[in-house]
Design a protein around this ligand. Sequence first.
Ligand code: NA7
Length: 542
Amino acid sequence: MSHTRAVNAEPGRRYDAIIVGAGFSGLYQLHMLRDRLGLDVRLLEAGDGVGGTWYWNRYPGARCDSESYYYCYTFSDELQDQWQWSERYPDHNEIRRYLNHVADRLELRPNIQLGTRVTQATYDDLKNSWLVSTGNGQRFEAQFLVTAVGCLSTANVPSIPGLETFAGEHYHTGRWPDNGVVFEGKRVGLIGTGSTGIQAAPVIAEQAGKLTVFQRTANYSVPARNGPVDQSFRDWATTNREAIRAKSRSSVNGHPFDVSDRSALEVSDEEREQAYQAAWERGGLRFRATFKDLLTDEAANETASQFIREKIHNIVKDPATAEKLTPRDHLYATKRPPIDTHYFETFNRDNVELVDIKATPIVEIVPEGIRTSDAFIPLDVIVFATGFDALTGPLLALNIEGRGGLQLKDAWAHGPRTYLGLQSPGFPNLFTITGPGSPSVLTNMPIAIEQHVEWITRCIAEMRNRGATRIEPTPTAAEKWVQHVNETAQATLLPMASSSWYLGANVPGKPRVFMPYAGGMARYEKICGEVAGKGYEGFLIS
Ligand code: NA7
């Protein structure tokens, strides 16, 4: 594996495009712009390797919650033929190996500059250029700026009084050290019980002397049922590759399976129980698809929520702990639903304790541990599994300044204003892959990413055909889109979970706006296709 280190930008060189980020999005966008359109492209990446989200998230138990046979690029049969996944849900190491393999096979590395964090991007109206500055003092110029920064890459570390005085080690899961963390014999505090905390807790519990889980909101989780992928399954996936791809693209959530066409309320209690039990045993996110109305009808959802609550009480031996772990303030899957490997079972271990920090909040961190309103918990290590400033955070961190000095943070002060999640008025030639207002985190990401990258590539190709140099959405198109994003969310139960990061509720001071597009992947792709088909309706191209 060759690693391209930061080199000095060539003075006076104007790239056709700068891409920020070397995860799934950035690698594919680089391939398409360079190899399909023949553009002069530079990709800047903050990490010292490719992988994006999977470069940074190396915490114990870090694993994809989409299945490996469809959590991958689908644009090239050759790439798919060259790679074999070992497990039903690939772990972070395997996904990183996969993305490094892709970077090598597509010979992307000469255009990738690692160890280079973009700190500012300013649009120069006269030059019709983006001027990009980096943390190591370099400056780049390009006609197009494409952000491929991911949706969950800006760590949310809570400001708890006294953190800086802590004498032990502390880590955020999204910035995990390359060489890992030694937990053996240590007293570990894990704050957060989202997908990350739920993946990490069982693995840390096996290593640590003592694990204390600090839970703010109890969460639903369904068993993942991970395991090795055997040859017969691989053969099936290869034979059915086209059908899997087509199904993913035409589904609501980018996963290649059908949502049931039955309502949870139209079947008998016995049938419903059997359906949930079968889904529980099969495992994974497909549990959401057991009935068609789990995300749209409260009474229907309540049947699924109650099924999981009862499972928690069956699994966890201590009734008081089971009740603390039981979510009662929101419905199943209205927050991002985790899947797990023995999460609830972990609380049956002698070395694991649960602290409900809604009942007894964390008051402060002191050198020796964490003090809650009614106890002191001595700790050697604190793990923050406290999530991310999702969707908008990674974009705002780039300090983007558009036409006439317009700051992205000001343009989005009351929530993201995008058209199709792809562009924002006032920011010409800036494309945001999986930006807010697109399906992104509500779908299987590689599918959402391929659709965006292909749309952007076609758009730039079309501009060049027309001899156009600038594209930007009209404010009216963006207003209408924001309204549509809001309406589609309101048609679901998703905005009901008041502590959801889909709404920005996990970051103090962040505007409460439902950010991803909840209208479904297939509908979204159709709209994007129609917009392009009508000569990029809603965009100003000049
Ligand atoms: P999440 O899903 O945002 O979970 C973060 C967890 O941390 C959640 O339990 C939060 O409680 C908790 N949290 C956040 N801030 C605090 C503070 N200040 N104090 C205590 N607890 C806090 O992030 P994940 O990393 O688990 O998952 C992100 C996505 O990655 C996931 O959905 C998959 O797409 C992959 P809360 O629920 O907000 O009360």
